[in-house]
Write a protein that binds this ligand. Structure first.
Ligand code: NAP
Length: 235
């Protein structure tokens, strides 16, 4: 029987590339999306994967998704949103929402995935941080703070769940040219590329390959790690 995976936020960008990479590695992939239904359904057809709509920030919707989908052995917490601007311009609602999606989403999915993983004493959880967690980001303070929480969750859950045979790691993407960066100009993106040791920004596949590696048996002794996929942007 194929091992089952859920990738959250897999309708577009890094999540969609991750779903493709895991399917290529033999995983039975389940696709979660929130708003981009047409893209999620198209990817589902491409991969022969089941597709589930759920706002990961909503515990009830996540529970309903798991009830419908069934258990998974691999959970990739990729869904995330950004917010750019001065902290003084951010509303309470915007602050609450970014934490609800980027951190609360992981909490909800982990809670639903764990009973099966603990029962079989095996499981893999891969969260998504950001290079900004180390670098800091002007006008991205709240987003960066959520990624700090993601890294704390990752290390703590690695310790809490290691005795149950569950590995918990995170990937920390650098500048990856997806919709998330569409507010940046070409010139700004090129300037960031110049700062990377490899002299370029990444594509979604550059992150997906790292996540697939973390999910593989090659990494069966790796847990609590925050693995950069940033072309040497932060060294
Ligand atoms: P993206 O292109 O904007 O895609 C975001 C994905 O998350 C979409 O599939 C979206 O689904 C999903 N999503 C958003 N809110 C959701 C919610 N409430 N419930 C379920 N799904 C939700 O972003 P990306 O660049 O691929 O980013 C993916 C992850 O990498 C995020 O965690 C992001 O913080 C992280 N990251 C990205 C970069 C970068 O440079 N791009 C760098 C560092 C870290 P719908 O469209 O269906 O709503």
């Amino acid at each position: 029987m194929k091992k089952r995976a859920l990738v959250t936020g897999a309708s577009r960008g890094i999540g969609a590339a991750t779903a493709r990479a895991l399917a290529a590695d033999g995983w039975e992939v389940n696709i979660n999306y929130f708003q981009s239904e047409a893209q999620a359904l198209a990817l589902g057809r491409e991969l022969g994967a089941r597709v589930f709509r759920a706002d990961v920030a909503d515990a009830g919707q996540v529970q309903a998704m798991f009830d419908d989908m069934g258990p998974v052995e691999l959970l990739v917490n990729n869904a995330g949103i950004a917010w750019g601007g001065l902290i003084t311009d951010m509303t309470e609602a915007e602050w609450d929402r970014i934490f609800a999606v980027n951190v609360g989403g992981i909490f909800h999915c982990v809670k639903c995935a764990l009973p099966h993983m603990i029962h079989i004493k095996h499981g893999i959880i891969i969260n998504t941080s950001s290079v900004l967690m180390k670098a800091g980001g002007s006008c991205e303070a709240a987003y960066t703070a959520t990624k700090g929480a993601v890294e704390g969750l990752t290390r703590s859950l690695a310790r809490e769940l290691g005795p149950s045979g569950i590995r918990v790691n995170a990937v920390a993407p650098g500048c990856i040219e997806t919709d998330m960066l569409k507010s940046f100009t070409r010139e700004e993106l090129d300037a960031t590329a110049e700062q990377a040791a490899l002299g370029r920004n990444g594509g979604p596949e550059d992150v997906a390959r790292v996540t697939a590696l973390l999910a593989s048996d090659a990494c069966q002794f790796v847990t609590g790690a925050i693995v950069p996929a940033d072309g040497g942007l932060i060294l």
